[in-house]
Design a binder for this molecule. Structure first.
Ligand code: PFF
Length: 493
């Protein structure tokens, strides 16, 4: 690549308008749907309070170093994930595209989940029933409403609405992202704090907190708890998806990285912790504890909303979920858009139109409302949610962790742990000591390897479930084939 092209790209690259713009955008990305349907639920089943402690330890040892490394990658090379890694090693570009195919799959179904939330918000505020196989059901008639929704094209309508919003924000680049996040992020906080206080003031609040945080000391010896803390922290911190690299690539030269990595990560955890208090205290009041993941947020929780003001509370809650989701989805889209702009030299408008269209179409299978026989013999299933479950498992557990591991190896070993440190210290609000390079070189990668080992072992033991042979093969084949094609395509960068 000629010097000239490189200089042109440097000059043309967008930047954040303000330093806080970057920080808010990262906050918005980290604080997503996972704070509501993933984090609280995992805390409650994986040992309560002690899991929070373990999560914090893993956050410090593994999560934050990874976030910082991604920031350094983006801000040093001022490219998206593939373009930046390519400058360290030619194979890095392949890893970059592998990551972004995984990101694309996540985006496709993540936006469907935001679509669910949008549908719920709409039905909660209007109080209208949704008709279907389960008979007319309002949003509190659970699981009737959920089943009717899954088996109706309404999810597709929700998905279209979500994509329109994401498209408009991303079309305006860093300005669009910065403006929207600076409005939505404080709103999400106001809503969650209000909900947590409201929940704590209810008579059964204690029961909810007990369910959420009650220590289960035996779990300390359970290696799953430690490995889940790692994979969950990556998902929560938006690491290993190219999103943080993309956002950091818009920083002006010598942007602050270290303080930003620490504060964003900790604030995300604080949000998740607060969200756990809000959902479990309210769920306990409504007599609906238990269940997890998508089921908890979309079945148990709304099912408990047959309380005074339940419609309003439900509306506010699901509106917050839409905000949480949208501010994360724009970072996922941006990870891909920026990489495509770098590689093919497309203008933003073209990249955003093409990528949003592809990702929207990729999401349609996750909205499929018909019931078909499960190829693995588990009876009839609604295809959309069925596919979503499968891909969610691989994208979140394997994809993210694998990509992060290789990124850390390339950055800390091929490029250099000391260079990461120098880049962070160049404009850092505080300086990292020189021993910190061993955290990025050894402690963090070893933590990831151990977590990955347990994730793989668990995958093998879970025979008879979705983790059988075909699903992982399909997932990995999609990632490798598309990554190889994109890697070999001729570009301008
Ligand atoms: N951090 C988001 C959440 O907790 O829901 C999920 C996510 C968003 C992951 C953006 C990765 C990403 F790039």
């Amino acid at each position: 690549m000629g010097e000239e092209t490189s200089v042109e790209l440097e000059v043309a690259r967008e930047t954040w308008v303000t330093r806080m713009g970057f920080v808010f955008a990262v906050w918005g990305s980290m604080t997503g749907l996972g704070n509501v349907w993933n984090w609280p639920f995992k805390v409650s089943v994986l040992g309560g309070g002690p899991f929070v402690l373990i999560y914090l330890i893993m956050l410090l040892l593994v999560g934050i170093p990874v976030v910082l490394t991604e920031f350094v990658l983006g801000s040093t090379f001022r490219r998206g994930f593939p373009g930046a890694l390519k400058r360290i090693h030619p194979l890095g570009e392949f890893l970059g595209w592998f990551c972004l195919v995984n990101t694309a799959i996540l985006t496709a179904f993540y936006t469907v989940l935001i679509g669910y939330a949008a549908v719920y918000a709409g039905y909660a505020i209007t109080g209208l029933p949704l008709d279907g196989v389960m008979g007319p059901s309002t949003f509190t008639d659970q699981p009737g409403f959920f089943v009717n929704m899954l088996m109706s094209p309404i999810v597709l309508v929700g998905l279209i609405v979500v994509w329109l919003v994401v498209f408009i924000i991303d079309y305006f680049g860093t300005r669009g992202i910065e403006r929207s996040v600076m409005i939505l992020f404080p709103l999400m906080w106001i809503i969650i704090i209000f909900m947590a206080f409201w929940g704590l003031a209810q008579p059964n609040a204690y029961q909810g907190l007990d369910f959420y945080l009650n220590p289960d000391v035996e779990q300390f010896l359970n290696p799953n708890m430690w490995s889940t803390a790692v994979s969950l922290s990556f998902f929560k911190l938006s690491a290993g998806m190219g999103a943080l690299t993309a956002y950091a690539s818009y920083l002006p030269r010598r942007g602050e990285l270290t303080n930003s990595a620490v504060t964003t990560s900790l604030l995300d955890t604080t949000f998740a912790f607060t969200a756990g208090m809000a959902v479990f205290t309210i769920a306990a009041t409504a007599g609906f504890l238990g269940g997890g993941g998508v089921g908890f947020a979309f079945v148990a929780w709304p099912g408990g909303m047959v309380i005074p003001g339940g419609n309003i509370l439900g509306f506010v809650f699901f509106l917050m979920m839409v905000f949480l989701g949208v501010t994360s989805a724009i970072s996922l889209v941006e990870a891909i858009v920026t990489a495509v702009m770098d590689k093919f030299g497309w203008p933003r408008s073209k990249a955003v139109i093409v990528i949003t269209l592809i990702l929207f179409l990729g999401g349609v299978p996750f909205t499929l409302w018909m019931e078909l026989p499960d190829p693995m013999g588990a009876g009839d299933v609604v295809w959309g949610l069925y596919l979503l479950d499968i891909f969610d498992y691989y994208v979140e557990n394997f994809g993210l962790v694998l990509v992060t591991l290789f990124m850390m190896i390339i950055m800390a070993w091929v490029w250099g742990g000391a260079k990461i440190l120098d880049a962070a210290n160049e404009a850092g609000d505080f300086k990292l000591p020189s021993w910190y390079k061993w955290v990025v070189k050894v402690i963090s990668p070893v933590g990831i390897i151990i977590a990955l080992a347990f994730i793989i072992i668990n995958g093998f033991y879970a025979v008879g479930s979705i983790m059988e042979f075909t699903a992982p093969l399909i997932w990995i084949a999609i990632c490798i084939v598309f990554a190889a094609i994109l890697w070999r395509m001729k570009g301008v960068d």
